[in-house]
Design a binder for this molecule. Structure first.
Ligand code: PLP
Length: 336
């Protein structure tokens, strides 16, 4: 199975189109345009190895109400979970979703279904685990938390697992299963890469009952999470006043993004605080037309659609609006 593609490949696009990197507006990721403002890293944090009793665990508990294992990006957990759950043979991964999950389970019996409650419920008794991205990337699909709980109960009752990737759920936002992660058969992943805008830091959290956290910890290398990453995460997770401001700013920006897309004649099929999803058969043509205007978005082909990250300010919004109007006109003409 081919490694999944990701947004944010700006240098590659710049080379392909022959346009310098700094000429581009990159809306191809769901990373906040406003990262958590970290102070300069103390010299000591660079120099010394990280220690586990640095207070990070207390900050995580205060922020989420549950203990978690810190990992070098949730990706590290996504890749290792299959080896940690030997009792899981058949895995349900609804489609479309973040490609790394299906990739991680590629050696297992992978059951695919449409990303809707009816399809999931129809297949649930055939599998030992269900993997959900919630809200989903790229479609923004959400399920009622009661449905998630019911699926967890159904799986856990026969020793199965529900794995929920909450990378795109804002801290404090409704719909999280973190509070239940003391129960068997449940894993919840959280990332500092999206809402906090710190994707380059490589820091994620795995919420699960103690035995799984301990097993995963034993699989990680010593000092797998760097000292600067632990230091930065401690500050970012503890700063609830900044999180409050960030929540309001992202909510306003995602509403504005949806309005810009609708004004240009696109129908927004899904929306999170960090991206908008537009399902359209014109996806590939529109993405190419936008690229010719040095505007990078994430294009998907199954189903065809575009994912737009948030513009950072009025100038970027104006640029998106202008590029979209031209791209829409151009792709309509091409189709005639
Ligand atoms: C749904 C989802 N989960 C996990 C990740 C990986 O995040 P991290 O930076 O924490 O490894 C991504 C990255 O794009 C993602 O989209």
């Amino acid at each position: 199975m081919k490694r999944p593609e990701h947004g944010g490949r700006l240098r590659e696009a710049a080379r392909r189109l022959g346009l310098p990197v700094d000429a581009w507006l990159d809306l191809s990721t769901g990373i906040s345009p406003w990262p958590y403002p970290l102070p300069p890293v103390p010299e000591e944090v660079w120099r010394r190895l990280p220690e586990e009793d640095d207070g990070l665990d207390d900050v995580i508990r205060a922020a989420f109400g549950r203990p978690a294992l810190a990992v070098p990006g949730t990706q590290a957990a996504i890749s290792r979970l299959p080896a940690l759950l030997p009792e899981v043979h058949r895995v349900l991964v609804p489609h479309p979703s973040y490609g790394e999950h299906a990739h991680a389970w590629r050696a297992h019996r992978l059951v695919r279904c449409a990303l809707c409650a009816e399809a999931i419920e129809a297949r649930l008794d055939e599998v030992d685990a269900l993997v959900l991205v919630h809200p989903n990337n790229p479609t923004g699909t959400r399920f009622p938390v009661q449905a998630l709980r019911a699926w967890h109960q159904r799986l856990a009752a026969r020793g199965g697992w529900l794995i929920v990737d909450e990378a795109f759920l804002d801290p404090g936002e409704a719909g999280s299963l973190v509070a239940e992660t003391g129960e068997p058969g449940l894993v919840v992943l959280r990332s500092l890469g999206k809402f906090w805008g710190l994707a380059g830091l490589r820091f994620g959290l795995v919420f699960a009952a103690a035995p799984l956290r301990e097993q995963l910890a034993a699989w990680l290398d010593p000092w797998a999470v760097s000292h600067p990453a632990r230091w930065a995460a401690r500050l970012a997770l503890a700063d609830s006043a900044w999180q409050e401001r960030q929540r309001a700013r992202l909510a306003a920006a995602s509403r504005a993004l949806a309005a810009t897309l609708e004004e240009a004649g696109l129908r927004v099929s899904g929306l999170t605080s960090l991206f908008a999803w537009v399902e359209t058969p014109r996806a590939a043509a529109l993405a190419a037309a936008l690229e010719r205007r040095a505007l990078l978005v994430r294009c998907f082909d199954d189903p065809p659609g575009l994912r737009f990250g948030l513009p950072a300010d009025a100038a970027q919004t104006a640029r998106l609006r202008a590029a979209l109007l031209e791209a829409m006109a151009e792709t309509t003409e091409t189709r005639r």
